[in-house]
Design a protein around this ligand. Structure first.
Ligand SMILES: [Zn+2]
Length: 337
């Protein structure tokens, strides 16, 4: 009897493992565990055994039944998964999937890259410098001695004595000229800091990109040519330019450069305050005093420098009227770029 039970168990487990359809499993279940199944029949015959053997055989019969039941459970789980794949056919595969959120470049980074690409094509090299500077690099070396009134507009955040957050990226120009003999052709993008109260057009931190070209016989025509090329590539070939005399301590002569408003084409609109012109750049021929500060001979070399605010360019290009939008990390704003 015990041998018979073991045979049934072995046979059942073998067949269950080989079954690969729900129907087949159902039949097997009936064959072994059903009311008229092999196990039931066997249990019924226990009564005919001698009383001393009944308990042991009964116990074994139950174990065999449990083992077979467990095999059914193990088998039916993966089988059900297999059959349920039929359900997949009802899924509309033409529905658009869920796109993962992928990052993108901040609009200011995009504009910086765009500006840099133009100057790199003109032969400039991209350089960077520290955001925490010494007073020397931020002022003295740029021809703004202690107590010079022009420091007023550049006053910035001091960390400790003589150390401050740079108020313009011109500091990088000084560091480059100290390290490198002419010719020099570099652009330096980066953050600058001024203790301005924040409003729609001011921020205590903003971004600038500055450029410097030093060589023998660099003239104001080179300045005009380079910056005209830049403005036309950045704002379109139709862009007209206007150079107005200005004062910067580190350049002489100095200019402010306006471009014709790309919104109204110069007729006057809200963006250009009805003027038809937009101020875009500050520039000038490097002041000989700056060359002397870095050990260049102003009798041998000349050069020009320029600087522009990246936020301003981005605001004009995209028609954004509040500088704070760039720094609030509002996804509804950032996702538009
Ligand atoms: Zn306009």
């Amino acid at each position: 009897m015990k041998k018979l039970l073991k045979d049934i168990e072995r046979e059942a487990i073998g067949q269950i493992r080989e079954a690969n359809q729900d129907k087949e499993l159902e039949t097997l279940k009936r064959t072994y565990l059903g009311r008229k199944g092999k196990i039931s029949k066997l249990l019924k015959s226990i009564g005919r055994l001698p009383p001393g053997e009944r308990a042991a055989v009964g116990l074994m019969a139950n174990e065999v039944k449990q083992n077979i039941t467990r095999q059914f459970q193990l088998k039916s789980l993966p089988l059900r998964k297999k059959t349920s794949s039929k359900l997949n056919q009802k899924i509309d595969i033409s529905l658009p999937g869920i796109l993962p959120d992928i990052g993108r470049l901040h609009p200011l980074t995009q504009i910086t890259d765009e500006i840099a690409a133009i100057f790199l094509r003109l032969g400039f090299r991209l350089v960077e410098g520290p955001e925490v500077e010494t007073e020397y690099y931020n002022f003295q070396a740029l021809n703004m001695p202690i107590n010079h009134p022009s420091r007023e507009t550049f006053h910035t955040f001091y960390t400790t004595d003589n150390f401050l957050l740079r108020s313009q990226t011109s500091t990088v120009q000084i560091r480059i000229m100290q390290k490198q003999r002419p010719p020099v052709a570099v652009i330096a993008p980066g953050k600058v800091f001024r203790p301005d109260a924040t409003d729609a057009s001011h921020s205590f931190m903003f971004h600038q990109i500055e450029g410097l070209l030093v060589d023998k016989d660099v003239t104001f025509s080179d300045l005009k040519g380079s910056l005209t090329t830049f403005c036309r590539q950045m704002f379109g070939g139709e862009t007209r330019m206007r150079f107005r005399p200005h004062y910067f301590p580190f350049t002489e002569p100095s200019v402010e450069i306006d471009i014709s408003c790309m919104i109204c084409g110069g007729k006057g609109c809200r963006v250009c305050s009805q003027k038809g012109w937009l101020e875009i750049l500050g520039a000038g021929m490097v002041n000989p005093a700056v060359f002397e500060a870095v050990g260049y001979n102003p009798e041998e070399v000349t050069g020009f420098a320029f600087g522009m605010g990246i936020e301003r360019i981005a605001m004009l290009k995209y028609g954004i009227d509040d500088i704070r939008m760039f720094f609030e990390n509002d996804m509804r704003f950032l996702e538009q770029f």
